[in-house]
Design a protein around this ligand. Structure first.
Ligand code: GRF
Length: 194
């Protein structure tokens, strides 16, 4: 059995897609959903699927390393960041080498880094007059939106597209690809490297 922990700060539409994807798999389970926001919608989704939840605060995440023992106790194989806005601390990256993945709604290394989240990304893409954008799924290191790339998918941007339309286009692609790529990382184990 392979076990996934999803970290998310917001709506959790990607988290939901991953949960739904693996609900028909006997050998993979989403065992835990971690959030830094006690009112995040993703926690409601976790509850409705009977998935254990953990709400974290800054001292717990940045001043203790307790989450590592918890994740190990729960035999978590892979941590999936799906709209998780806090920087992952070094101790956690080191405890799960090549075992933390993130999805970013742009073609990294463009439009990544601190402050590049949510609509900020799509507004910046629009302002730069980009002809394409897309998504990047990558391993996580201790810097925002860095770490080896695992998968990218691009989409065309028309001059008439608003940042909201770009966001919607990319979110749809995220839902299509993210669960499959997570499955690939889980099944290929150590063979995938950054
Ligand atoms: C996604 O666009 C993802 O790329 C980014 O955060 C967003 C999360 O959306 N990291 P949702 O909460 O899964 O709807």
């Amino acid at each position: 059995m392979k076990r996934i922990a999803i970290f998310a700060s917001g709506t959790g539409s990607n988290a939901r897609k991953i949960v739904e994807h693996f609900s028909s798999h006997d050998d993979v389970a989403v065992s835990l959903i971690v959030s830094n926001k006690s009112k995040a919608k993703v926690l409601e989704m976790a509850q409705s699927h009977g998935i254990k939840r953990l709400i974290i605060d800054r001292p717990y995440f940045y001043e203790s390393e307790e989450i590592v023992s918890l994740l190990k106790e729960k035999k978590i194989d892979l941590i999936v960041l799906a709209g998780f806005l806090w920087l992952v601390p070094k101790y956690l990256v080191q405890a799960f080498p090549n075992r933390i993945v993130n999805i970013h709604p742009a073609l990294l290394p463009k439009f990544g880094g601190k402050g590049m989240y949510g609509m900020n990304v799509h507004r910046a893409v629009k302002e730069a007059g980009e002809k394409e954008s897309g998504l990047t799924i990558h391993f996580v290191n201790e810097n925002y939106d860095e770490g080896g790339y695992i998968f990218k998918a691009a989409c065309q941007i028309n001059d008439s597209d608003s940042p909201e339309e770009i966001a919607a286009k990319i979110l749809k692609m995220e839902h299509k690809y993210f669960p499959k790529v997570v499955e690939r990382v889980l099944r290929n184990g150590e063979k995938i490297s950054s």
